[in-house]
Design a protein around this ligand. Sequence first.
Ligand code: DAH
Length: 333
Amino acid sequence: MTAAPTSLETDLMAMKEAARSAIAAAATLDELEQLRIGYLGKKGQLSKVLGGMGKLSAEERPRIGALANEVKELIQTQLDQGKSALETARIKAQLATETLDVTMPGIFQPQGRIHPINSIIDRIVDIFVGLGYTVADGPEIETDYYNFEALNFLPDHPARDMQDTLYLPNGHLMRTHTSNTQIRYMQANEPPLRAVAIGRCYRRDTVDATHAAVFHQIEFFAVDTDITFTDLRGTIKVFLEALYGEIPVRFRPSFFPFTEPSAEVDVEWQGKWLEVLGCGMIDPNVLKSVGYDPEIYSGFAAGLGVERLAMVQHQIDDIRRLYTSDLRFLRQF
Ligand code: DAH
């Protein structure tokens, strides 16, 4: 209130100088903000000076007003410059401490692969599902009834010896084939039916290049009112072509207690024939054992050796390679 008109001008000039050095000395964005409030804020120094303008004479007012504006803009410009200088310095400092080398090699993440046994199982199941088959499931620990008796193996029949079975102390056994699932599925369902069963099988076999004590089979079977051997042959042909394309295939007459007639199918492997599946027309005694009338229904069945099909597909020379977990071998698939 007491300030004389000339003293306003002096105040503005002094403020300009003080602001310049204070802004130049500010080391943080926070300090700059405090300076802005102190000089240009609503209750800041500039508005205090302008508060005294009312006392000025009519000729002095525009001149001091213009000077006040000039000082205000100058301070604002210096604040902006100080702010961008501090921001640049902050980014530079951050870049200097947080070095990120984008050319550095990444951290190696080993990729898993599908085991050749599982991948061929997936392909085979896809083929049968495409032909309208349902996936059926059966237990690995089985009773003599489902593994043998219902499949028409008589108690002392030599066909049992061919499967050199592993028995459990309670009289149950490790299933020797997936044919147990035929019986279980047919008991639970009425014809017409088409099903495929996949799983592990166990035999007290001597292990060699083409035999393992634990191996996988896929069983497929169909029952309807007029199924013939031609349907079986056609299905096997379509299946093997879907899996391998054109490949030499041989049907051989054979014997299984649960099929009549029976056949074995060989495909070419390492310049020789390798048996990959057994098949036949379901024996009337088996149909009777699940309560189907063999005068009305007929059916076919087949059991495939999964390891052997994989050996043919990938030209693997020894079944044991599939189980030794040798990464050099497994990485090829
Ligand atoms: N269960 C037979 C075996 O493991 C394979 C087999 C043969 C299955 C003929 C069948 C079949 O369904 O009809 O040696």
